[in-house]
Design a protein around this ligand. Sequence first.
Ligand SMILES: Cc1cc2nc3c(=O)[nH]c(=O)nc-3n(C[C@H](O)[C@H](O)[C@H](O)COP(=O)(O)O)c2cc1C
Length: 254
Amino acid sequence: MILCFSGTGNSKFVADALSEKISDKVISINDILKKNRKREFKSEKPFVIVAPVYAWQLPQIINEFIESSSFEGSDKIYFVATMGKDTGNTDKYCKKLCSKIGMIFMGFTGITMPDNYVFAVKMKSKEECEEILRNSLPAIEDTAEKILALEKIKRTDRSILRGLKSGMVNKMFNQYARNDNGFTVSDKCTLCSACVKLCPLNNIKIKNNKITFMHNCTNCYSCIHHCPTQALNIQGHTENNGRYVCPDYKTFEK
Ligand SMILES: Cc1cc2nc3c(=O)[nH]c(=O)nc-3n(C[C@H](O)[C@H](O)[C@H](O)COP(=O)(O)O)c2cc1C
């Protein structure tokens, strides 16, 4: 069973690709969070978590999700993280999480995808993004083969300062930066409610004909990237950085 969380579609792309290759189904963590559904999962095949990396760890909401879920059938979990360029020590924290919940850690891999961190990074052109997506396919294929063979995935890449990034910097990100404080809505907003429908945490509501943020944001930036009129911004950060939405795996020209 593949459990996937995704803000702009990269992790969904990888989950759909894995699903095709290992013939297993994808369950959307976004939907479970949004609809506050039960977190009870049963599968004879190994569980595969697919999610983005936020500040060199899995998003805190995903760590909490895994900890509060029950897994029956298989006792094995693989972790597949999508990233802009560096997952730091995310693998170490996934391993710890597995021992906490009594599951077998089958390994971790990071798949390089277009970086969606629009707060600080300019989005790449459509062509550049498509090239990155095409380049991700062999790594996804390789991961699928290991999962099918029930082989442990060993990580080979190691970035500098990974302990600091996944440790103190991640802690600071979650404590001070992960919020909707600077979010703005310009008069380009048509109240189409795309952001309301997409937000996995139900953090966006329309109140008195105004988009309102409820201060329970995980910073997936799905709202900012999907807004059809680019009316949503983080003041002073995202206005000139473009937007990114990953194409659907099934229709993407490989
Ligand atoms: C809040 C936030 C933090 C991020 N931190 C990292 C990071 O530490 N390292 C990295 O390589 N990419 C980072 N990224 C980029 C995403 O991990 C990457 O683009 C991912 O594939 C997005 O997946 P999604 O489209 O499924 O949401 C970050 C993105 C966001 C929104």
